[in-house]
Every structure is written in C-alpha cells, then in structure tokens.
Write a protein that binds this ligand. Structure first.
Ligand code: GFB
Length: 289
C-alpha cells in the first residue's frame, strides 16, 4: 500500500497483543473507533502440518471466532470493501490439479488440515453471503503456501520452509552430517513470497468486484525433496539430506490455477530461490532461529 502511494497515516493495523480478534467486544470497539473503509483480514491461527493436526480445536474455534467477529463488524460499521484471506487447503484432497475455484466443496478435505479448512470455508462463505444478501463488496482470496520475512520459525509448529530452514541452519552451526526432512520428499507444493502476495491483495482490492473466491499462486510446483535441496544450498549446509517417512506427507499435490487473478494483470515476480535467500537473510539478521 505504501508503494502505491497510500500515506502511512491512512493505514491502521493492530498487533495480537493490542487487539484480540476472538473477542467480539474488542473487535466492535475497534471498528466503532477507527471506522476503516477497506479491510484486509489476514489474521488467523495458522501453522504447518503438525500444528494443524495436533490442535484442531484451536484451529477451528479461533479462526471461526476471528472471522465471525471481524466480518460482522465490517458489515455493521460500513466498511466499503472487505478482503478475506483463506488458504489453498480449502479444496478437496483429490480435486483435479491445478486447483480451480470451482472445485470448492466437491469432495472430502485433506485430514491433516480439515479443521483449518472448514473454518476458512465458513469465512469465505460468510463474505459470499454478505455480498449476495446485503450487496456488500466482500471478497476473498485463496493464497497458496506462503513464506518470507516475519514467518514463524518454530521447529515443530511452523510451515515447511521456516521449519526446514531452521533445521538446516542448526545442522550447519553444529557441524552435523545430516538433516532429517519430514515425510517422503515426494509431495508437491507451490510457494509464494509474501511481497508478491501483498501486491496480489492490493490488486484484488482495487479491481475485483465479483462474488466468489480468487486463487493467488505462482503455478510453479516443487517437490519437498527439491525444496530441501534449494534450502540446503541457500543455507550452505554441506551435509546430507535424509527423509523420515514415518512423518506425515499431507496432501500429495497442491497447485492453484491462478488464471482468474492473472486476468486482472497480477503475476508473481519473486522466484523460489530468490525468496528463500531473502528469507534466510532476514532470519539471520533478526535472530529468528
Ligand atoms: O507447510 P506444511 O507444513 O503444510 O508442509 P501443508 C508440509 C509438507 O512438508 C509435508 C513436509 O509433506 C511434510 O512432510 N515437511 C518436511 C515439513 N519437513 C518439514 C518440516 O520441517 N516442517 C513442516 N511443517 N513440514 C498447510 C496446512 O499444509 O498448508 C495449512 O497445514 C495451510 O493449514 C498451508 O493451509 C497452506 O502444505 O501440508
């Protein structure tokens, strides 16, 4: 937004410590006081495959509370345009790839992130229903797997990129000979750098008026084994990669069909290696490990 000339004084954000979005009263007080005109709802309880499957109660409950409180307050306090962020895991596990927006609710979900996906489906539907029933300009975006500076580098609860980056970094520092990577290495994923996501969201806020969700992805697929090799090179770990097939693989393949957002003129600019280099530099500088 700043790059597009929106003055900093016009951007209003709150940290988790300042505003607990699961608390309806706090959310309504915030909207009443600030009266935002355009809202991007990116806040959520998120995590990687292990966090999702270990804490389904928190992933379902907290995300539903956040969405219900914020979307309702946005409607009641006259927000002009609202953009809700979901996730590519809302699509059925065995839907045709690349995943099209029309595959929503056509089959069973991947069990490892079912709770999160159900909460995100509820949120996008609430936006869709507000658009249909009350003519609100409430839209939603479904990003693919995201990564970049500011990520959560927790050893177990993070997503694959920060989790692996930490493991490779620690192995390099302790001069270990091996790094253990979860799963078989065969699952295919698509990764988007957060600055590219930011541009996509501003594009949607500016130009997308239809109801129904929009995928945000790169179209570029990468196996977990290929990802591990690139991270090994970025971190400059000289040792060996070993796969631990007793850990879950999750969904076998997850790549989005991004033709809808490409038609609006957006496409990603930062490739995976470049994004990983920026992320590692940020993590070192900010002592994220
Ligand atoms: O990012 P991730 O945890 O989630 O990636 P999903 C999981 C894949 O990476 C699995 C492998 O195939 C894992 O076996 N993997 C290898 C690792 N090493 C690691 C590691 O150190 N940490 C992690 N986390 N994985 C997520 C959902 O699914 O997708 C979220 O859990 C969200 O809800 C996100 O929707 C977009 O890609 O499987």
């Amino acid at each position: 937004l700043l790059r597009r000339g929106v003055p900093e004084s016009a951007i209003c954000s709150r940290t988790h410590a300042e505003l607990d979005l699961t608390q309806q009263g706090q959310v309504r007080d915030f909207f009443e006081a600030e009266r935002p005109t355009h809202v991007y709802l990116a806040a959520a309880r998120v995590g990687g495959i292990l966090a999702n499957s270990t804490f389904p109660v928190e992933f379902l409950y907290e995300n539903m509370m956040i969405e219900a409180n914020v979307i309702r307050a946005a409607a009641d306090f006259g927000v002009e345009k609202f953009l809700f962020l979901g996730s590519s895991c809302i699509y059925p596990k065995h839907a045709p790839q690349p995943l099209r927006e029309s595959s929503l609710l056509t089959g069973a979900l991947e069990p490892s992130n079912e709770a999160y996906a159900i909460a995100k489906i509820a949120g996008l539907k609430l936006c869709e229903y507000y658009a249909r029933q009350y003519k609100k300009r409430f839209i939603s975006a479904m990003p693919t797997n995201l990564y970049g500076p500011g990520d959560n580098f927790h050893p177990e609860h993070s997503h694959v990129i920060p989790g692996m980056m930490r493991r490779f970094h620690e192995a390099k520092m302790s001069r270990s000979k091996q790094v253990i990577v979860w799963g078989t290495g065969q699952p295919l994923r698509e990764f988007l750098f957060i600055d590219d996501l930011g541009e996509a969201l501003v594009t949607l806020m500016d130009r997308y008026e239809e109801s129904g969700t929009v995928n945000v992805g790169t179209g570029a697929e990468c196996s977990i084994a290929e990802l591990a090799q690139i991270i090994k090179e970025v971190v400059q770990f000289p040792g060996e990669i070993v796969f631990d097939a007793s850990k879950p693989d999750g969904t076998p393949r997850k790549v989005l069909d991004a033709s809808r957002i490409h038609a609006l003129g957006w496409s990603h600019k930062i490739n995976l290696r470049e994004g990983l280099e920026k992320t590692y530099a940020w993590a070192l500088e900010n002592r994220a490990f």
